[in-house]
Design a protein around this ligand. Structure first.
Ligand code: BTN
Length: 246
């Protein structure tokens, strides 16, 4: 069960690093959650750092060992993690969406970020560290376009209570991963995609253009319509510039 064991640390460099160390030593089981009040070197996607006020938010890594998950289906873990956030947030009245591939957005602001690090055995994902930073009580985000549950609901929360409620969602969704209900997860993921079917401004290596997100394919690539063409992008190939039209 996910969350059957929770290791709560005061301060750590990064919960993902801490989890990877336990994994190397063979000292961690499927479903263990490593939680920290503070990270001194929190890591984000694309080599970015993840900053969070101490004690205000949820900073955690979930260690999972999927049965028979082929590398060709690795986007399932992204879908699992992102949907666990979205479903949980919607349950508490926050209309969260997924900004491709795995940022959690509420009204154009980021409420959570996900960093997944997989271990492969031959052609399967044998183990995965799913790191999630979910903003619970933080009120100000400086330069970052962020938000938190407390800002959205106008009410401070107990981070631990938030976690326990979110774990229910994780466990429900993990059942779908284990039975191979990938289509179901893919459909739910696409149903909650930020800016889907809306015109926005993007930038690729050719320049800035107006486009519309139409789909995410089975490999997890983003499909954007530009005039009459459908373009396919990997993570580093496309950037959202803004919501407004050109
Ligand atoms: C991103 O949006 O760039 C991903 C952010 C992921 C942050 C979380 S916080 C817990 C875990 N430990 C880390 O060092 N990073 C992830």
């Amino acid at each position: 069960m996910i969350g059957q064991k929770i290791i709560h640390l005061d301060t750590v460099d990064s919960t993902n690093n801490y989890t990877a160390n336990l994994q190397k030593q063979g000292k961690i089981q499927h479903g263990t959650v490593i939680l920290a009040d503070e990270q001194t070197a929190g890591r984000g996607q694309r080599g970015a750092t993840w900053t969070s006020n101490a004690g205000e938010n949820l900073l955690l890594s979930l260690f999972v060992a999927p049965d028979n998950l082929s590398v060709t289906n690795q986007t399932v873990l992204t879908q699992f993690a992102a949907l666990s956030c979205v479903f949980f947030l919607r349950k508490i009245g926050i209309s969260a969406l997924i900004k491709w591939p795995n940022d959690i957005y509420v009204n154009d602001r980021k409420l959570a970020g996900i960093l997944i690090e997989n271990t492969l055995r031959s052609t399967s994902i044998s183990e995965s560290i799913i790191g999630i930073g979910l903003n619970v009580n933080q009120q100000a985000f400086g330069e970052v376009n962020g938000t938190s549950i407390a800002l959205e609901l106008n009410q401070q929360q107990q981070p631990k209570e938030v976690l326990f409620s979110w774990l229910n969602e994780m466990n429900e969704l993990w059942k779908l991963v284990q039975v191979g209900a990938y289509e179901k997860l893919a459909i739910a993921y696409k149903e909650h995609l930020y800016l889907k079917d809306e015109t926005a401004v993007y930038e690729d290596k050719m320049g800035v253009f107006s486009g519309i997100i139409r789909d995410v394919d089975d490999q997890g690539f983003l499909i954007i319509q530009r005039e009459t063409d459908l373009l396919r992008y990997d993570l580093k190939e496309i950037k959202l510039v803004g919501r407004n039209k050109l």
